[in-house]
Design a protein around this ligand. Structure first.
Ligand code: G
Ligand code: G
Ligand code: NA
Ligand code: MN
Length: 251
């Protein structure tokens, strides 16, 4: 339909596409360990369109390939201007795995920007692992061989399975914001957060509490043993320094 055609046109120039960033902070030190890249589209007639709306359109139409390549390249380029300890985390959807496109895009983005591979982190949801065909496993192996890190996103939702933690060598587990928010009122949700944090510690894997919006959320996830936080309490996703003037002009 219209959105697909408009997205196709936008991908010719990339002009209306922005990559916003949201920091991820280590609780103990308050240092930024990474910034998650979150794509934004400013449609000339419709205004800001959420990736929740246009990523699925891109996936269905094959446009996820050029879109994904653009986001990876822009994110790696922006990260080269940050502190050396700060990684960039890029979301990758199921449709991007297999077929060699993802690994090629990652390799290309790293080569063209000169970003050190261990400063790039790929975020993948469990839903993307469901097919769990050979293609995904091979891609993971190739990405890790490049030195790229892999994070399991939205853990606790969907088809959470400990089998995934055994089958794939994750560097980070991101606990879904719904658990974090419920953990302050529901002991059962707090117990789930604690169990994941304990698991992470035993596996030597960083655990990030997502969706931390208040001091109360922060106190709870600290108590339950999470190592890092992300959420509106720290900062909402925002434009890179370079894009900030353009975004201000729009809003
Ligand atoms: O940024 P926001 O919270 O509105 O994102 C909505 C959804 O879109 C989230 O599930 C997020 O993971 C996804 N998303 C945001 N940016 C990207 C991206 O660059 N690639 C992919 N595949 N998904 C993204
Ligand atoms: O699926 P994924 O975890 O990548 O989605 C990230 C989404 O969560 C983005 O759309 C981002 O804007 C949103 N987000 C980030 N921090 C918070 C928060 O503290 N509260 C809420 N409700 N959403 C958040
Ligand atoms: Na994510
Ligand atoms: Mn998430």
């Amino acid at each position: 339909e219209h959105l697909k055609a408009d997205l196709r046109a936008t991908l010719q120039t990339m002009e209306d596409l922005f990559v916003f960033y949201q920091p991820i902070v280590e609780i103990q030190t308050r240092r930024v360990t990474a910034r998650e890249a979150l794509v934004r589209w400013y449609h000339p007639d419709r205004g800001w369109i959420s990736p929740a709306e246009f990523i699925p359109v891109a996936e269905e139409s094959g446009l996820i390939e050029p879109l994904g390549r653009f986001i990876l390249h822009r994110a790696c380029a922006d990260a080269t201007t940050w502190e050396d300890e700060e990684r960039v985390a890029v979301n990758i959807s199921a449709a991007q795995f297999g077929g060699g496109m993802l690994v090629d895009s990652v390799r290309e983005a790293l080569e063209e920007t000169g970003l050190r591979p261990d400063r790039l982190e790929i975020e993948v949801t469990e839903t993307a692992l469901l097919g769990s065909d050979q293609g995904v496993i091979e891609d993971f192996g190739k990405l890790r061989a490049l030195g790229v890190r892999i994070a399991l996103d939205d853990f606790g939702t969907g088809y959470s399975s400990l089998a995934h933690l055994r089958a794939y060598p994750f560097d980070k587990i991101k606990i879904d914001g719904s658990f974090v928010r419920d953990a302050v009122t529901r002991p059962d949700c707090a117990a789930v957060v604690k169990a994941i944090a304990d698991l992470g510690r035993r596996l030597g894997v960083t655990t990030v509490a997502e969706g931390v919006e208040t001091q109360e959320h922060l106190a709870r996830v600290t108590e339950e043993g999470c190592s890092e936080i992300q959420g509106y309490l720290i900062r909402k996703p925002g434009p890179s320094e370079r894009d900030a003037p353009r975004v201000e002009a729009i809003n």
